[in-house]
Ligand binder design. Structure first.
Ligand code: KG4
Ligand code: ZN
Length: 355
């Protein structure tokens, strides 16, 4: 089976062609990503209107590249999968419209995919020694818009264990980076500055630390950083050593929160594997500390390579392939882009593009 996956929910225009059977193995024939970092750099964050326009410019060239690199024509595909939500609605509309056009012109089945389900299935693309990765697992999904702890019991069967009550952790990275006058995207820039810094130089709050909940809160740490920086004199604020220590301490507080809440959720479900995915999943400090915690707990860490953590078309193609294999399909005339789409709806409305 061959599926084209299209992704345009945030600031990456991506397309990929994936080949395989539902039980694996999967072969990624192409995986093309056009980033919009330069478009948003001057603003320190994603500007939705500019994102939509960049998606319009890039969507067809990216799809064409994915098909060319895979040496695959539309006739050789079995389905077209596209992120239908959640995300920035302007960007989603671009991808959904392109996918609908392709499906209409070619007669291929169309599948509207939940962006976070894409992230959830991404470890299945890893070539694990001794065979493919399987469900169940506990997933920490961390991106610019989401911070979720999910018990993924089987494909399409997801239990929400915890989520952020305010900002997403990627947002906390991006806003922290902005306060330190780093570029966009802030996460990688802050992580780079933190290298070599002293993580325990300053004590930033760990949100909801003493509460027995797997929910997260990142608004307090952001405010704490702002207040802390305002209190420093300008000379100190500009010192490179000081900036490195601030970045390292701030990153450590965010990562500590993610690790401790993941372990709390793990106490509930005792999953055999723990996955981290989403853009923040590329963070090396998170991978190191969560990896160590997994070893300590006797749990297998599932850390997809960074290119599969950040937004990509491969994960959407894979979710599409698995949904197509079990008989799901969306109607070209009714599939809609959805700004909000709770992941648990997938477990409730199996196979439907629920309203
Ligand atoms: O999943 P993603 O590519 O897009 C969304 O769906 O949001 O995640 C983007 C987020 C941004 O907030 C970015 O700053 C963050 O992931 N990010 C990182 C790193 N790489 C990307 N945060 C911390 N460390 C990184 N290495
Ligand atoms: Zn994402």
């Amino acid at each position: 089976m061959r599926v084209l996956g299209i992704e345009s929910s945030c600031d990456e225009t991506a397309a990929a062609v994936l080949e395989g059977c539902p039980g694996g193995p999967f072969r990624l024939l192409s995986n093309c990503v056009a980033s919009q970092n330069e478009v948003h750099a001057a603003y320190g964050g994603v500007v939705p209107e500019l994102a939509s326009r960049a998606h319009i410019r890039q969507i067809l060239p990216v799809i064409r590249s994915a098909l060319t690199q895979a040496d695959c024509s539309l006739e050789q595909l079995d389905a077209v999968a596209v992120t239908a939500g959640p995300g920035l609605v302007g960007g989603l509309l671009v991808g959904v419209s392109a996918a609908k056009g392709l499906a209409l012109a070619s007669g291929l089945p169309l599948l509207g995919i939940h962006h976070m389900e894409g992230h959830l299935v991404s470890p299945l693309l890893m070539e694990a020694p001794g065979g493919g990765v399987t469900f169940p697992f506990l997933a920490l999904l961390v991106s610019g818009g989401h911070t979720l702890l999910i018990h993924a019991r089987a494909f399409g069967d997801y239990q929400l264990l915890g989520q952020t009550l305010d900002d997403a952790v990627g947002e906390a990275f991006d806003k922290g980076a902005r306060m330190l006058e780093l570029g966009y995207p802030g996460g990688p820039a802050l992580a780079a500055l933190a290298q070599g810094g002293n993580e325990s130089a300053f004590d930033f709050p760990r949100g909801l630390r003493d509460r027995p909940t797997a929910d997260f809160s990142f608004s307090g740490i952001k405010t704490a950083l702002r207040t802390f920086l305002q209190r420093q004199d300008p000379g100190r604020r500009a010192q490179e050593d000081f900036r490195r220590d601030v970045a390292a301490s701030y990153q450590r507080a965010l990562v500590d929160t993610l690790v401790s809440k993941t372990l709390l959720a793990q106490q509930q479900v005792r999953a055999p594997r723990i996955l981290v995915a989403g853009g923040v999943g590329a963070n090396t400090r998170l991978r190191a500390l969560l990896g160590a915690a997994c070893v300590h707990q006797g749990v297998q860490p599932l850390f997809p390579p960074p290119a599969l953590c950040t937004d990509n078309g491969a994960m959407i193609a894979l979710a599409g392939l698995l949904r197509h294999a079990r008989g799901d399909a969306d109607d070209i005339s009714t599939l809609n882009a959805r700004y909000r789409w709770p992941l648990e709806d997938l477990s409730r409305a199996r196979g439907e593009n629920a309203p």
